[in-house]
Design a binder for this molecule. Structure first.
Ligand code: 9MR
Length: 380
């Protein structure tokens, strides 16, 4: 097994923790939990139009091959979304097969798809601990700053003027607890450059494209559980530190990998966190929203309702905060979702986690998202 493949598998475990299933016991979920809730939606507008009516951007991540090889999906994607995030094509792994080589084949195709379909484009991600090529392991403290800066400069310049925003640094803190008091997680750049890797990355990105919104993106902030409580504090401290050093970070990306079986959603704590972030002068984007149904009962009607409820409950809280300017789901259809691989169900039933089913029909999750946009206050 190659190192990158092993990393991808490990990611599944990290992401489960990120989704709030960090081994803490949960109340068993009842199929009858929310049968009274009404998910009715008025009118015919698509999600992107409902969001835009409130001054909010809605869109989704997608991999390259579904957009390239599945015309029915590609058409639905363009109808539904206002922004496209290449799910994997801009990560170091696909982009940097060798230290002296870049492969922009997939990313360029996706940028062109976005342009042809009048979608905004969002970059994910310039620094992450996963999906790195094996050769990155051999970068030393002596060369690290040069390697990191050259990568960011080349990639960001290539799409300069065409990127709405960039996830400059992804998941420096969220997920498994760190041994450091600042919460930063072990990864190659921390080993070679210590905390400075974050500042170096943001300054390089700003110099290469002064127009893109530069985002610090992270997970594990939604629930009232120890790991999420710690993550919220550590992210706030990091953002305060970066602002105090005039580092050009302009927004926080909150991934939003939710768990429909998690009952410890604390709206007040989340609202306070969003307010604290906004008070630093930062915008907020929900960047990877999805709702795992891994621990829900098998019954499809009940499952769809519980997933929908999690979407609506979460979005109705975050969209109340005016600093939240965009919502991106991590996929639009159950046909293509990482949760099919990483958080699949023990009973083997296909997951039902995104707004459209695997046959590309709307589910209650679609209604829930539409309702949250319809109810959101209009941005100024
Ligand atoms: O959905 C992505 C999956 O296809 C990849 O195999 C995986 C590893 O690169 O990354 C997944 O996306 C992750 C995102 O890049 C960062 N936050 C967590 C996402 C889900 O694991």
């Amino acid at each position: 097994m190659t190192l990158s493949r092993r990393r991808t598998l490990q990611l599944g475990l990290g992401a489960v923790a990120a989704a709030g299933c960090s081994g803490v016991e949960r109340r068993p979920v009842q199929a009858s939990d929310n049968l009274q809730q009404n998910f009715s939606v008025n009118g015919q507008m698509q999600l992107k139009q409902r969001a835009a009516a409130k001054g909010i951007i809605y869109g989704s991540a997608s991999n390259y091959s579904p957009l390239k090889q599945d015309p029915q999906f590609a058409k639905l994607f363009a109808e539904t979304c206002g922004i496209l995030v290449p799910e994997n094509s801009l990560k170091w792994g696909p982009l940097r097969p060798a230290p002296d080589r870049f492969d922009f084949t997939e990313a360029d195709w996706m940028a062109q798809y976005a342009q042809q379909n009048k979608l905004l484009l969002r970059g994910h991600t310039l620094v992450w601990k996963h999906s790195n090529p094996d050769w990155l392991e051999s970068v030393t403290s002596r060369t690290a700053e040069k390697v990191l800066t050259e990568h960011i400069t080349t990639v960001v310049k290539r799409y300069a003027g065409r990127m709405h925003s960039w996830d400059v640094v992804n998941e420096a803190i969220g997920g498994i607890p760190s041994w450091r008091s600042d919460g930063l997680q072990t990864m190659p750049w921390l080993t070679t450059l210590d905390k400075d890797y974050i500042e170096i990355a943001f300054r390089a990105a700003a110099a290469a494209d002064p127009r893109a919104l530069l985002v610090y993106n992270d997970n594990s902030v939604e629930y009232d559980i120890p790991v999420h409580n710690r993550t919220r504090s550590a992210i706030l401290e990091l953002l305060q530190y970066l602002k105090s050093r005039k580092v050009p970070v302009q927004a926080l990306g909150i991934q939003g990998h939710l768990d429909a079986a998690e009952t410890r959603f604390n709206a007040n704590k989340l609202r306070q966190f969003l307010k604290d972030v906004a008070s630093l002068g930062l915008k907020i984007l929900i960047t990877e929203l999805d709702v795992t149904d891994q621990n829900l009962p098998a019954d499809q009607t009940a499952r769809d309702r519980m997933v929908a409820r999690a979407y609506e409950e979460y979005l109705s809280v975050v969209l109340d905060e005016p600093a939240v300017i965009g919502v991106i789901t991590w996929g639009i259809s159950d046909r293509y979702t990482w949760l099919n691989q990483s958080n699949s169900r023990k009973d083997g039933l296909p997951v039902r986690v995104l707004p459209y089913s695997d046959t590309l029909t709307r589910k209650l999750a679609w209604n829930a998202i539409a309702r949250a946009f319809d109810a959101a206050p209009k941005r100024g």
